[in-house]
Design a protein around this ligand. Structure first.
Ligand SMILES: [Zn+2]
Length: 288
């Protein structure tokens, strides 16, 4: 059975902490380096539900994409929600390790997992990491569809292949437009519009797109007839959990560790319900 420090070293090889953004908070949050690890749980969010799931599973290590404390704290009192997570983990000898923007830009990374879930062929990073001479690391991915789809069909595929959330998939653009190339970015993609425009793709799939960027982008659609697909943030990043778990599984086999690696299927997207407006003539789905 490996020690936590050995498993963390393997995770750091996959997602080196120094490749995280300067504002990010990645790495080990909770854990004794010498504790033994036999069971690992991957999840997007280090929230109480996930900590409870890790306890139930008998996990020794929880690996999440989002940091527990991004901006620092002066208390881990169990009367705070995050402090309660810390207490739950420590009381049950569960370590917590975070791979966030260092997993976003990795090869393979969060957007490779998203592209893989939709059967897209990755061509290159949307925003290449200048420090990577191989040109495979970076933010987002530019992808080709093996067979062209309409925007409506691509949205339907995303709705079917990504885990179900209350939000589903929001679309901006002509539902019948043909998509041959698509940029994808797991998580919030608002800041990537200029790169998407420069990539000259037919569509952009990401999460958390806000009114003004979408409105400005749509107004310019005559110049670049690009469709926007907006999925739930959690859903766009969840495929990375399966990817990361498979990567750790392989490392475990190679090292003769016999780790049990699990992926949480608990939906931790904070939006919990969606009510469609009354049907309108330009709705994607025909009213019935
Ligand atoms: Zn995220």
């Amino acid at each position: 059975m490996p020690r936590l420090s050995e498993v963390i070293a393997a995770l750091d090889d996959l997602w080196p902490a120094e490749r995280a953004e300067s504002w990010d908070a990645v790495g080990t949050v909770v854990g004794e380096p010498d504790q033994e690890v036999s069971r690992v749980l991957f999840a997007v969010d280090p929230v109480q539900e996930i900590a409870d799931e890790a306890v139930k599973l008998g996990a020794d290590l929880l690996v999440t994409h989002h940091p527990l404390y991004l901006r620092g704290t002066t208390t881990v009192a169990a009367s705070t929600s995050k402090g309660r997570v810390v207490h739950t983990l420590i009381r049950n000898d569960i370590a917590l390790h975070v791979a966030h923007t260092n997993a976003d830009t990795a090869d393979p990374g969060v957007s490779d997992a998203l592209a893989g879930a939709l059967d897209l062929n990755v061509v290159r990073p949307l925003v290449p990491d200048p420090a990577d001479p191989g040109g495979r690391r970076g933010l987002g991915r530019v992808c080709e569809l093996p067979h062209p789809l309409t925007v409506r069909e691509l949205a339907a595929r995303a709705a079917e292949r990504l885990p179900a959330t209350a939000q589903g998939i929001r679309v901006a653009g002509d539902p019948e437009a043909i998509v041959r190339t698509v940029a994808v970015s797991g998580g919030s993609g608002d800041s990537l519009f200029a790169h998407v425009r420069a990539a000259g793709v037919d569509a952009f799939l990401t999460a958390d797109l806000r009114h003004h960027p979408v409105s400005e982008f749509s107004a310019d659609r005559a110049r670049s007839p690009l469709a926007l697909l907006d999925a739930a943030h959690w859903a766009t990043e969840w495929p990375w959990c399966e990817l990361g778990a498979a990567q750790l599984d392989e490392i475990s086999d190679r090292n003769g560790w016999d780790l049990r690696v699990h992926v949480s299927k608990t939906v931790t997207d904070p939006w919990t319900a969606h009510v469609a407006s009354a049907p309108t003539s330009n709705a994607m789905g025909a009213p019935n």
